[in-house]
Design a protein around this ligand. Sequence first.
Ligand code: THU
Length: 128
Amino acid sequence: MDWSALIDAAWKARENAHAPYSRFFVGAALETDDGRIFSGCNVENLSYGLTNCAERVAIGSAIAAGAKKITRIVCVADTDTPISPCGACRQVMAEFDIPLVMLCNKTEQIVFSLDELLPRSKNGILNR
Ligand code: THU
């Protein structure tokens, strides 16, 4: 499985990160089952809690464009070890059942299943 287009898209999106408070710049990119790529960057706010992570921006963009199935997502940052998605983003990945998550820094790439990152989330919190 070739991840290079997604990785490139994530680094490119990272260039647009709005992170004047943390100065921590993140990019994400995902692929849909019909082959489209959507990307996102973190978008911070003076009211810190309103910050949107790169992953959730990419997912929201895909859903708003009509995506029905997201097959994989990449998250990149210039960190010592590959970036780790926050719990909120893991939960949103679970909402849309994204099976594969690649985490990257400038030199390393690691793929996890969503179940490794957020175990036993499949039935949903409300178990409907
Ligand atoms: N951030 C992301 O965008 N994705 C992650 O996986 C981790 C954290 C953002 C949120 C905030 O803008 C900054 O990184 C510092 O936490």
